[in-house]
Design a protein around this ligand. Structure first.
Ligand SMILES: Nc1ncnc2c1ncn2[C@@H]1O[C@H](COP(=O)(O)OP(=O)(O)OP(=O)(O)O)[C@@H](O)[C@H]1O
Length: 652
């Protein structure tokens, strides 16, 4: 299976290197060079858009910064070696990337789109107005750069771009398949779960923007030398929309999608300049949709109703093209039409669609399958897998007089909660009594309005969720918070993020430290999946797992943190009776490894059978605490909670 991508890569590389030799035409060489440059930028944009799920309409601005950093350096310091100029352009643009990341830390969705759009516009205006540096609207004229004292020809510069394209592809690909890429993807899946797995959302959002901007800087500097002329008009709103369109059309989360997207956005405007060529392409496209749609319907993969709109649309486009003399004026309308078709019918882009049709798996799945083939460590359910907490006598958690107020509502009112090491501590109470709020307070999602919370004797009030997680508190969520597009194995690997010490260089060059850490983490993740009985589903995307399995996967991911305290928020909710039995066994096994548990649960049989001590909340206040038997017999608890619960179970 691995040989197919390698074969494609080798063929692609050979075609790229031989292209300027075989096609001795400056126009076509320049065209492929531009596609390569745009592809470098799109690799980076895909990190932000495809992996972290942020919107950026500021990448044309970053591209402009890279181009102008290069142009200004070459104009003012002509003796600076080209590689140094490029490195400076990358560094300057990466710095602006960090600036662009700041709003992404505060706002998301349409607000972020607006802010990044404003960033791009400001950059364009600054380039225009800073005459002393950028020569304003007149732009900067450049020559092809020198490399080691040698003036590069058109063809040699193409090879430099081709080399950098391959290098960028390799580095980006390696980053995205490492713990860093998994961290980026986790942000998209569930920011709150990322933080609670010790993967700081703030930090990795900034990383993603910085790496992405660095690639935009590289692309910008190559573009400046390729065009040999830069002016502010190039880096406008249309270009930024084209970049996004390229990612959407090509398909997010694939390097081949970025390459295809780059080819489309470079070729499309050229295509629209030539009406005769456009007619040919429109007819071919319509024929492809008709034949492809027919095959899909025949194979039962689609319906006539679904195929009708794209078929009629493309045939109409082909017909209209024969009525028009000039297609240039229809540019934006045609862009819009293509975007609509792609967004509606090919949600994973052209590459995603081709993969689904041909039954090819993405790398995520193959990664996980490869790791699943690893021999499981001896005694997969061993202390080395789950970790062993060190025994001590003091309370592991000491929460005193905790008040959590939302406006006028006191979700927690003067609550004390002391959890002893090595115990399973139940937290029960009617709906809305404050149980989940207590968990959110313990994991730093909420900062208590008043009160003290100590973990292992140290205050954790005001600490971020990521820091609290790394200190040893792991959790699951009432509403499952998995990273849906990642496989089961990758979900657990996110929990093992804290075991990595490798930096960007280790990852990009696959240095021994990274290879070692990745191998150890994969084996450990697999063993954790085995611990909860999910090893056969290691390569399955989390969103495709049955609900009960998703809850178990959350537990495996939480255990990957090697916690001393594990908080389980209604782990039995929605589970079938056999699944609940398995869950109880797993909870007991976790405790046997010395891990302390806090268990929120409405299934009283589970609470009564596994808990050593139970705390009961009602309307945000602690109304009882004691052994399960004592609590069960407490009249106040029966009145507030258990009476209803018993009635409910009797009704079932
Ligand atoms: N972020 C918030 N903003 C406003 N109110 C909140 C917030 N989080 C929780 N609450 C309120 O606090 C109260 C306690 O909610 P919480 O989710 O902790 O209850 P619970 O005991 O976990 O209930 P359930 O068993 O239904 O999960 C509820 O009235 C809830 O509406």
């Amino acid at each position: 299976m691995k040989s197919r991508p390698l074969l494609f890569a080798a063929i692609g590389l050979a075609l790229l290197v031989l292209f300027p030799v075989v096609v001795d035409n400056a126009y076509y060489i320049h065209l492929v060079e531009t596609i390569s440059i745009y592809a470098i930028l799109l690799f980076g944009l895909d990190i932000v858009v495809g992996y972290t799920g942020q919107v950026s309409l500021g990448h044309a601005g970053l591209f402009g910064i890279g181009a102008y950093a290069c142009g200004v350096m070459i104009t003012n310091f002509p003796a600076t070696p080209f590689l140094v100029v490029t490195a400076i352009a990358i560094a300057v643009t990466a710095l602006f990337g960090a600036v662009l990341a700041l709003p992404a830390l505060r706002v998301t969705g349409p607000y972020l789109a607006m802010v990044t759009l404003a960033f791009g516009t400001i950059i364009q205006i600054l380039i225009n107005e800073m005459d002393f540096l950028t020569n304003g609207p007149m732009g900067i004229t450049l020559t092809k750069p020198q490399l080691v004292g040698h003036q590069l020809s058109e063809r040699e510069f193409f090879w430099v771009v081709a080399f950098l394209l391959v290098a960028a592809l390799l580095v980006v690909h390696r980053i995205l398949r490492s713990h860093l890429g998994r961290a980026f993807e986790a942000l998209r899946g569930s920011p709150v779960a990322s933080d609670c797995m010790g993967v700081s959302v703030y930090r990795y959002k900034v990383y993603a923007f910085v790496v992405s901007a660095g690639l935009a800087g590289l692309a910008g500097s190559l573009y400046a030398c390729s065009e040999q002329y830069i002016s502010p008009n190039t880096y406008n709103f249309e270009l930024t929309v084209l970049f996004l369109l390229a990612i959407i059309m090509g398909g997010r989360k694939t390097r081949s999608g970025a390459l295809l997207g780059a080819a489309i956005i470079v070729m499309l405007p050229k295509l629209l300049d030539d009406i005769v060529l456009f007619r040919y392409v429109a007819c071919t496209f319509a024929a492809l949709v008709l034949v492809g749609g027919g095959i899909f319907v025949a194979k039962g993969k689609s319906t006539w109703q679904r195929v009708a709109v794209p078929a009629v649309g493309t045939v109409a486009l082909a017909a209209v093209s024969f009525k028009l003399e000039n297609i240039g004026d229809w540019r934006l309308a045609i862009f819009g039409l293509i975007t609509l078709l792609v967004v509606y019918y090919l949600q994973d882009g052209i590459v995603g669609f081709a993969r689904q049709t041909l039954g090819w798996h993405g790398h995520g799945a193959s990664d996980a399958l490869a790791a699943a083939a690893l021999p499981a460590p001896a005694g997969a359910v061993s202390t080395s897998v789950v970790g062993t907490a060190t025994p001590a006598t003091q309370d592991l958690v000491a929460a005193d007089k905790v008040l959590m107020q939302f406006g006028g509502l006191k979700a927690l009112n003067d609550v004390d909660l002391h959890v002893s090491r090595g115990t399973i501590h139940g937290l029960i109470g009617p709906n809305g009594s404050g149980k989940s709020t207590m968990m959110n307070v313990l994991t730093g999602i909420y900062v208590p309005t008043e009160g003290a919370i100590a973990f292992k004797g140290q205050s954790i009030v005001g600490r971020t969720s990521a820091r609290i997680a790394l200190a040893g508190i792991a959790r699951t969520f009432q509403n499952v918070q998995l990273f849906g597009e990642m496989t089961a194995l990758q979900n657990v690997l996110v929990g093992l993020h804290h075991t990595y010490r490798s930096n960007l260089l280790d990852v990009a060059l696959h240095l021994p430290r990274f290879v070692r850490e990745e191998r150890t983490a994969s084996a450990r993740a697999y063993a954790l999946l085995k611990f909860v009985g999910l090893e056969s589903l290691a390569g399955e995307e989390a969103r495709n797992l049955p609900y009960g399995k998703q809850r178990l996967l959350e537990i495996a991911r939480a255990l990957a943190l090697n916690p001393e305290l594990l908080l389980l928020d209604e782990p039995a909710a929605g589970l079938t009776a056999p699944d609940i039995k398995d869950l109880v066994v797993i909870i007991r096994k976790i405790r046997e490894h010395g891990i302390t548990l806090v268990l929120i649960e409405h299934h009283m049989d589970v609470v009564m059978s596994v808990c050593d001590i139970v705390t009961v909340l009602d309307f945000g206040q602690k109304i009882a605490e004691g052994t399960p038997a004592a609590v069960q017999a407490n009249p106040q608890v029966i009145k507030a909670y258990l009476g209803g619960e018993l009635d409910a179970s009797a009704a079932h």
